[in-house]
Design a protein around this ligand. Structure first.
Ligand code: GLN
Length: 479
């Protein structure tokens, strides 16, 4: 096994025993990155591979030699381009923020670094995390390592591509509505969206504040547990921080599947657009659970049909508000002020943002305008409250909720780029978990007949990360 195939758990063990040095790990990843960059169809998962990673690794090796035993000492991780790393550019995949350097660390970055981890590079994303394919990045799209003519999904597509493509052992991503789980599913890896509020968003660029979250993309369940174990806790810099203690996740066990009660939402299985190939892999996954003694019941949650519409109303309204700060005065590359402020705003945004971001600013502001109906946002918020209530009620009788992560497998680059509603429908099954604020883990459940990865989500009640990770671990162990 080469260094680039090893999990975080394996790397940290080998670092502890002295079998590997952090410098050798970072070099292996740099070489893999450079080889990929000069290949015919590069993944383009990284926007920047840090020159400083090797120096950080050398410092970690020195620290170890003097008795430092921090859990992630010398372990590298990749980080999405909307999460601040002090002294590094943080551009959200946008030309508007070209040259912006983060003046401080995001809390999640700080926590990982405090545990000894090393940032390897910034990963590509749809501009301002608005998209499902990474094609809306101003740096150009990333490719899917499984088939390089396909998208890796988005918006954390760069993070998924580097982890699945062996260019990083693990990566941070963010979700507003599925942006970790969708790319994890398309690239055949694990992706966790934790409970809303459990990881701090301080230092993470805002999109839809009532949804935004940090999470992880990884090649194994234990890797997610290990990284999460040093994150969490109360952060006074983020008002939504819930003081979640994840420290026990460093030692995950495998769940006993035989007593598990699983719910499958009928609305998703009957949705138009569910690819029969995805349905077939989902059925095999259900069969595995049944063969281990779990009971599975199909239930009806009619309000789920409103999830995607409800998500897009709230996300666009909040997105338009949050993007207000990118005006060329507070943030964003200032263009020629011309005749005054109006000209400055117009030019800065017209030249700095791509068509999708502009579309969302316009629709989002329209949703919030009195002219349209000031009530639309409020209505969506009340639908969300109902989704939260009805999903929470499911967990009074069931342990987990199981459904496909996406209605389809990864789609070809270019296929949906000019068809926003088709792009939005990639999120058909993911956004309900953001609305309900529950944790959801996408597992690489199997492959289509063309060999494309299919993800299945394990969702639990708020605060139940440990349970869904332990269920996933039992499944992983058996593969
Ligand atoms: N695809 C969704 C959107 O474009 C999700 C984005 C995200 O989770 N950041 O809004």
């Amino acid at each position: 096994m080469t260094i680039c195939d090893m999990s975080v758990t394996e790397l940290s063990k080998k670092l502890a025993t002295g079998e590997l040095t952090s410098v050798s790990i970072v070099r292996a990843y740099r070489e893999a990155y450079e080889a990929d960059k000069s290949s015919e169809k590069p993944l383009h998962g990284y926007i920047e591979f840090f020159e400083t990673a090797e120096q950080d690794a050398a410092r970690a090796d020195e620290a170890r030699a003097t008795g430092d035993t921090r859990p992630l000492l010398g372990v590298p991780f990749a980080s999405k381009d909307n999460i601040s790393i002090k002294g590094k550019a943080c551009t959200c995949g946008s030309a508007l923020l070209e040259g912006y350097v983060a003046p401080y660390n995001a809390t999640v970055t700080e926590q990982l670094m405090a545990a000894g981890a090393i940032p390897l590079g910034r990963t590509n994303m749809d501009e301002f995390a608005m998209g499902s394919s990474t094609e809306y990045s101003s740096y150009g799209p990333s490719r899917n390592p499984v088939n390089r003519d396909l998208t890796p999904g988005g918006s954390s597509g760069g993070s998924a591509a580097v982890v699945a493509g062996g260019l990083a052992p693990i990566a941070l991503g963010t979700e507003t509505g599925g942006s970790i789980r969708l790319p994890a599913s398309y690239c055949g890896i694990y992706g966790l969206k934790p409970t809303y509020g459990s990881l701090s968003r301080s230092g993470v660029v805002a999109f839809g504040s009532s949804f935004d979250q940090v999470g992880l993309l990884a090649r194994s369940v234990d890797d997610i547990g290990l990284m999460l174990s040093v994150m969490g806790g109360l952060d006074r810099l983020d008002d939504t921080s819930t003081n979640t203690d994840f420290s026990a996740l460093a030692n995950l066990k495998s769940a006993d599947i035989s007593r598990l009660k699983i719910a499958i939402p009928k609305e998703f299985m009957e949705a138009k657009g569910l690819d029969p190939e995805v349905a077939a892999v989902f059925e095999q996954t259900c069969e595995w659970f049944r063969s281990r003694g779990a009971t599975i019941e199909t239930i009806s949650i009619p309000v789920l049909e409103a999830a995607i519409g409800c998500y897009y109303v709230i996300a666009l309204a909040e997105g338009a508000s949050n993007l207000g700060r990118f005006d060329g005065i507070r943030y964003g590359n200032r263009r020629d002020p011309g005749t005054g402020y109006d000209d400055l705003y117009v030019k800065t945004r017209s030249e700095g943002c791509n068509a999708e971001v502009k579309r969302r600013i316009i629709i989002g502001n329209y949703i919030l305008s009195n002219h349209f109906s000031g009530d639309t946002y409020k209505k969506a918020v009340s639908v969300r409250a109902r989704i939260q209530r009805e999903v929470a009620a499911v967990f009074e009788s069931f342990d987990i909720l199981l459904c496909p992560t996406s209605p389809t497998t990864a789609f070809p680059l270019g296929e949906k780029i000019d068809d926003p509603p088709a792009m939005y429908l990639s999120d058909l099954y993911t956004t309900f978990a953001n609305l309900a604020r529950i944790p959801s883990l996408s597992i690489p459940a199997g492959k289509s007949t063309q060999g494309l990865p299919v993800g299945v989500q394990l969702c639990g009640p708020q605060g139940c990360e440990e349970k869904i990770l332990e269920v996933a671990r039992a499944w992983e162990e058996d593969k």
